[in-house]
Design a protein around this ligand. Structure first.
Ligand code: TYD
Length: 138
């Protein structure tokens, strides 16, 4: 599977500014380059904690730090790149087949994830050596 981190990038999301706060709206296919089939969010994460440590065979995601900050470390088997997310109007688009770790959560951070597929435990690759085999399969 040849997808690599060059296909992953920050998406600028619209921000409507108002005296009483801001609104960011995300529309299917417009800001997320896939059909959104699932939305979930990570919260109540202890400050400094890490999550992730897996890859997905098919799933594409857009990850947004809607509150607080964290780092997303991407690894395609050849290259590693870390993105620092700390604004609710930036999304990180992750193509399928990328090993990811979510690191250094600030206290109270919320990670909003828009996903291209419904939950499927078989889509996960949780063992790093299996991931490297998967990357070399095609
Ligand atoms: P997981 O994706 O493994 O989280 P992380 O890698 O960040 O620790 O999910 C943790 C648990 O949550 C796992 O047991 C399955 C469950 N889960 C769902 O039931 N539905 C979902 O959409 C997601 C993302 C997770």
């Amino acid at each position: 599977m040849k997808n690599n981190i060059a296909g992953c990038h920050i998406v600028d999301l619209p921000k409507v500014h108002n005296r009483a706060g801001n609104i960011t709206a995300i529309e299917n296919r417009l800001h997320a380059p896939f059909d959104i089939k699932r939305v979930y969010y990570l919260y109540d994460i202890p400050g400094g904690e890490d999550r992730g440590g897996h890859a997905h065979r098919a799933l594409q995601q857009l990850i947004i730090a809607v509150s607080g900050a964290f780092d997303v470390k991407l690894n395609d088997g050849n290259n590693i790149q870390t993105f620092h997310l700390d604004r609710p109007y930036f999304g990180l688009y992750i193509v399928s087949g990328i090993w990811r770790e979510l690191l250094n959560f600030s206290s109270g951070a919320i990670a909003l994830v828009l996903a291209s597929e419904v939950y499927d435990s078989n889509d996960y690759i949780r063992d790093y050596s299996d991931f490297i085999k998967f990357k070399n399969e095609f």
